[in-house]
Design a protein around this ligand. Structure first.
Ligand SMILES: NC(=O)C1=CN([C@@H]2O[C@H](COP(=O)(O)OP(=O)(O)OC[C@H]3O[C@@H](n4cnc5c(N)ncnc54)[C@H](O)[C@@H]3O)[C@@H](O)[C@H]2O)C=CC1
Ligand SMILES: O=C(O)[C@@H]1CCC=N1
Length: 249
């Protein structure tokens, strides 16, 4: 996820250093170090926590001395609470965010939540920073951010899985993998673009506009969600993701 954001952040004014022992590829203009000792006590206005939440306790405390006076820690980690991170980082100001993967093409959706000691300047920077990767929503509680995680952070995973299953079903209608992918992604993309037009009707109205009485769509929709099974499944999906975020706090 860090690489996806970096691909947008690299176009901004900040000088960026990535520390990654795996030596992942970074865009031109970004400094990469593979060993924390290489940055010694260099000072940074913003330290970004972009490792797995389960690794934060072991990794982030080593960077307390690298945070410049007046700087803040920006976390993209799911669940891990701002209070816990602030304490780990010597009572540093923390802003938690929750981006999603289409940030890689500037089409992400990011939640932002100010945590302990964060001031208006930190929040304004975080909002500007995340908005370079797509749209943002600022929430006033971490519980809400964990719900953003369930809806949007993990969301591309649900969408890719739905598209994958949709394409698999198309292949069972005797289309090749390429044909199925093109039709399914074209259909999803076209429908989403239409629903996203300014002044577009509600999703329910749009669905109804495809559905002729006793026609093919009605037959398909009846199989898809006639018993409410899809609605229940999606509710359970979001709840399970939220519950996992709570466990990671
Ligand atoms: N994958 C996604 O769609 C999203 C992920 N996130 C959050 O982003 C964070 C990273 O997740 P992913 O990008 O999926 O995982 P990832 O495994 O792809 O990336 C983690 C990176 O951390 C690096 N790393 C490991 N040990 C390190 C160390 N000691 N110092 C510095 N870097 C180290 C790894 O080499 C790797 O490049 C997690 O906290 C996750 O909750 C948030 C939103 C969406
Ligand atoms: O699966 C995860 O835990 C991360 C957070 C949101 C998306 N990926």
């Amino acid at each position: 996820m860090g690489s996806a954001l970096l691909s947008q952040w690299v176009n901004g004014p900040e000088a960026i250093t990535v520390v990654d022992p795996a030596g992942s590829d970074v865009p031109d203009g970004v400094a990469l170090v593979t060993d924390r000792s290489e940055i010694a006590d260099d000072q940074f206005d913003c330290i970004i926590a972009a490792v797995k939440p389960q690794l934060i306790d072991d990794i982030l405390a080593d960077y307390v001395s690298n945070l410049a006076a007046g700087g803040y820690v920006l976390s993209i980690a799911a669940g891990y609470s701002a209070a816990r991170l602030s304490k780990l980082m010597g009572d540093a100001p923390v802003i938690r965010t929750m981006p999603n993967l289409p940030a890689a093409i500037g089409r992400g959706v990011s939640g932002i939540c100010p945590g302990p000691h964060a001031n208006d300047d930190h929040l304004a920077h975080a909002q500007d920073f995340m908005s370079r990767a797509g749209s943002t929503v600022t929430v006033d509680s971490e519980d809400k951010l964990d719900r953003v995680t369930a809806v949007a952070g993990s969301g591309p995973g649900y969408v890719f899985e739905i598209a994958r299953a949709y394409a698999e079903a198309a292949m069972k209608q005797d289309f090749t993998e390429d044909e199925a992918r093109e039709m399914v992604l074209g259909t999803i993309g076209g429908a989403i673009a239409m629903a996203s037009e300014p002044g577009a009707p509600s999703l329910e109205e749009l669905r109804n506009s495809v559905t002729s009485k006793a026609g093919t769509t009605a037959a398909g929709l009846d199989a898809l969600n006639g018993d409410g099974g899809l609605s229940t499944r999606l509710h359970d999906t979001l709840q399970a993701a939220y519950d996992r975020a709570v466990e990671l706090r």
